[in-house]
Design a protein around this ligand. Structure first.
Ligand SMILES: Nc1ncnc2c1ncn2[C@@H]1O[C@H](COP(=O)(O)OP(=O)(O)O)[C@@H](O)[C@H]1O
Ligand SMILES: [Mg+2]
Length: 263
């Protein structure tokens, strides 16, 4: 049975005269992957910014398991169970791979500065526990990454940095994971490895729901259960990849003339 986890209703986002998102609805079930595609400026990142509370929509609502998220501050939304990666890397380059993942767990740790100074035992126990969980996570996402856990994040190649961002997002134990163009800047081999990693994550966490914004059509045709096409902030189409790729308006808007010729 499918269970609704995340839902957007009538999402509209205006920036002055620009309508970045117009009356967009979506539904995401437990364990489901929704792919979001569309040309640059279509409103894809805006959608994630609305879901995570970075933008407050001009109208419309987002609900997580029936509870309204709209208007709640971003850090509270993370605590409720939504984690994301960004289009551009936001890792702490000087910190180790492992420390970057441990930081992702902060929503589940209780100790603050007071504890670190006056209750060192408790703070150290919690840190050790976080480190063990972070190591397991790294192993689950990518064995190679785990082996590099003590190196600074800055020395990792691009593809590993992406993996690390996913591991860090997962460290908050989200119900929903939002990935903004995870394969950008990757070659075909790295993208293939990314697909394998995401599959491993799904297998380990069958309840986890995901929204993946992507340009790579191989990834979009492989991972998502359904695909939503945005264009100028409007939902052009929604369905399986095979369904949406056949719609002429989608081909014109996004896939371009070349795809139509190759279809
Ligand atoms: N904070 C903002 N202020 C003004 N315009 C914005 C802002 N964020 C996004 N936009 C505009 O909204 C539209 C959609 O942007 P975005 O969601 O980033 O597109 P995509 O991720 O699909 O490439 C673009 O025209 C963009 O310039
Ligand atoms: Mg974007």
């Amino acid at each position: 049975m499918s269970t609704l986890v995340l839902e957007g209703e009538g999402l509209t986002m205006r920036f002055g005269g620009l309508v970045a998102m117009a009356e967009v609805d979506f539904k995401l079930n437990r364990g489901e992957i929704l792919g979001v595609i569309g040309p640059n400026g279509a409103g894809k990142s805006t959608l994630l910014n609305i879901i995570t509370g970075i933008y407050k929509p001009s109208s419309g609502q987002v609900r997580l398991e029936g509870d309204k998220l709209t208007g709640i501050p971003t850090h509270k939304i993370v605590e409720r169970g939504i984690a994301r990666t960004f289009q551009s890397s936001r890792l702490f380059g000087d910190l180790s791979v492992l420390d970057n993942v441990i930081i992702g767990r902060h929503v589940h740790t209780k100790c603050g500065v007071f504890d670190a100074v006056f209750r060192r035992g408790r703070a150290q126990r919690e840190l050790k526990e976080s480190a063990a969980i972070a190591e397991d996570l790294l192993k689950a996402v990518s064995r190679e990454l785990y082996e590099q856990r003590h190196r600074p994040a800055a020395v990792l190649p691009q593809a590993d940095r992406r993996r690390l961002e996913i591991a860090r997002a997962l460290a908050s134990e989200p119900k929903v994971l939002l990935l903004d163009e995870p394969s950008s800047g990757m070659d075909d081999n790295d993208t293939e490895a990314l697909i394998t990693d995401i599959r491993a994550v799904c297998a380990a966490r069958p309840d986890l729901a995901m929204i993946i914004i992507e340009h790579d059509m191989h990834l979009v045709s492989t991972l998502p259960h359904k695909v939503m096409v945005l264009d100028y902030g409007e939902k052009l189409a929604e369905g399986t990849y095979e369904e949406v790729r056949k719609i002429p308006r989608v081909q014109e808007a996004y896939l371009g003339r070349k795809a139509v010729e190759n279809a």
